[in-house]
Design a protein around this ligand. Structure first.
Ligand code: HEM
Length: 492
């Protein structure tokens, strides 16, 4: 154990304020850096790594002390050692001694809630087992087919205009459309619920009302499925032997909906932005050296949707990365800094070639159980979008792109794009740059085949996974056994 030169997470030396007018902006008591005042968190993490090594003492709002874990190995050790570190914030010393006030800006991340994210031990196993089993019941191929259709619907809304803003018109909508379908409430998906989720996360003055709106949808869904189960996520959550009560079910639906919405919207926006602004990235995709899933994985390394998770808390005095951690200390899971730890990535610009050992989904007992759903939304969403709009390009200078950054995440504000206007496509067809037109509805009086319409070629048999509503001849079908197999496997 390395002796500490000072006691950064204690309040012993809080009198060392910089003098008035001190140029050391962002430096607080004890000479520690205030994370929330850093103009560039990546640069600050680099600096902290040089100054302190893999675990550094920093300050949150109101000069609340915390450790930020920068090392890949140290973060993994923390999340995989539940005997020493817990997600239960109620043991955090600054919370217990009143240093963290109830109106602390990070309270939504800190306040303990009766959901699996904050639980541990047997209670965590009980709650998480229900979530994991509900995720496992989601049919992967049917999900991919649904994501393809949801993408088609969204692209149809702007494809004829030749321009779009992909954060608000695509990246924020696709995960919500998919998750409303997965949970079993497709009728609740609309602009209002996307707006409510966005509003809730931004913490505006209407955030409480927005949270209530979402909770009301989820409580009604819980009551409906309790009375009459169906084959969807919510019914599996309710019927799991863990025996979640109605409030536990609705609260877990909220965790799932919001985690999926926020993280996947970020992942989609980040991956598309990278394709549009990095010529090498796009060339690799177009040339087949990189697949869309590999591009998504690269984005999870370089721009993880959650840059940190607040937090983990020490259950006993221990040591991490050569630092003495006291019982009750708080630690930020440093996902973004861990992903660029020079010990695992000596060249931070190197292509990770689909390597999945980044920490974007964390690890250990709390590792994200929905990662395959998040990946599927990003893979199919990006691939279908690029297929529909192959000449997609940025409609502003790259330097004009803006982000909102917090300690927890970084959001692209807008992603304006241009492309050659395209006709709408049948949502049940596989996305294509050369679509067949949407089939016209037949007049009700017409019987038999119209003589001017050529007979469609015979189709391969439908995949057994879900009934397709594709109209005969309306969908572009892949030819050849291999492509048919691929088509069936991808589910759209
Ligand atoms: C790209 C998309 C996603 C990313 C980057 C992501 C990332 C994460 C991270 C970093 C955690 C915290 C783990 C910890 O506390 O150490 C987490 C937890 C969680 N995520 Fe995800 N997530 C994504 C999508 C989803 C989806 C689609 C679902 C649901 C279907 C989901 C459900 C959850 C749940 C329930 C937890 C809490 C697990 C527990 O504490 O046991 N996530 N996620």
């Amino acid at each position: 154990m390395t002796p500490e030169p000072h006691f950064p997470t204690g309040t012993d030396d809080l009198t060392l304020d910089p003098p008035p007018g001190c140029p050391a902006h962002g430096i607080g008591p004890g000479g520690l850096h205030r994370l929330h005042e850093a103009p560039d968190l990546r640069a600050l993490y680099r600096h902290l790594r040089e100054e302190y090594g893999p675990v550094a003492p920093v300050l949150l709002h109101d000069d609340v002390p915390i450790w930020v874990v920068l090392g890949h190995a140290e973060n993994l050790h923390m999340v995989r050692t539940p005997s020493h570190f817990t997600r239960d914030s109620r043991i955090w010393t600054p919370l217990r001694d009143g240093t963290v006030k109830p109106d602390h800006p990070l309270m939504p991340h800190i306040a303990w809630q009766p959901v699996c994210s904050y639980a541990e031990g047997e209670e965590h196993k009980r709650l998480r087992s229900a979530v994991v089993s509900a995720v496992a019941a989601v049919d992967g191929r049917a999900l991919r087919r649904h994501i393809g259709r949801a993408t088609q619907r969204l692209v149809n809304q702007f494809c004829e205009s030749g321009r779009a803003e992909l954060v608000s018109q695509f990246a924020e909508h696709l995960p919500m459309a998919v998750m409303c379908h997965v949970l079993g409430m497709p009728e609740e998906y609309n602009d209002r619920i996307v707006q409510a989720a966005r509003d809730m996360l931004k913490g505006t003055e209407t955030a409480i009302a927005s949270n209530e709106y979402i909770m009301d949808c989820l409580r009604r869904l819980t009551a409906r499925r309790r009375a009459q189960p169906e084959d969807d996520f919510t019914s599996h959550l309710i019927n799991h032997p863990a025996g979640l009560n109605d409030e536990e079910v609705s609260q877990h639906l909220r965790v799932v909906l919001i985690a999926a919405y926020e993280a996947t919207a970020n992942l989609l926006a980040n991956t598309i932005r990278r394709v549009l602004t990095d010529p090498g990235f796009r060339a690799q995709l177009n040339g087949g050296q990189m697949t869309v899933p590999q591009a998504v994985e690269q984005s999870l390394w370089d721009e993880p949707p959650f840059s940190t998770i607040l937090g983990y808390f020490a259950k006993q005095d221990t040591e991490l990365g050569g630092r003495r951690i006291r019982r009750g200390d708080g630690l930020l899971l440093g996902i973004a800094p861990a992903n660029v730890d020079p010990r695992v990535r000596p060249d931070p610009t190197a292509d990770m070639q689909g390597n999945r050992s980044h920490l974007a989904f964390s690890g250990g007992p709390h590792e994200c159980p929905g990662q395959d759903i998040g990946r599927a939304i990003a893979d199919v969403g990006v691939e279908s979008l690029l297929m529909r709009l192959p000449d997609l390009r940025l409609d502003c200078a790259e330097e004009e792109l803006r982000w909102t950054e917090s300690i927890a995440s970084q959001h692209l504000v807008e992603l304006p794009v241009r492309f050659s206007p395209q006709p709408q496509q049948d949502v049940t067809a596989r996305p294509s740059p050369t679509p067949r037109p949407i089939p016209q509805a037949r007049p009700v009086w017409e019987i038999g085949t119209r003589p001017d319409v050529p007979e469609p070629a015979p189709l391969p048999p439908e995949p057994p996974v879900a009934a397709s509503t594709a109209p005969a001849g309306g969908a572009e079908r892949p030819r050849g056994t291999w492509r048919r197999l691929l088509h069936w496997w991808r589910g759209y």
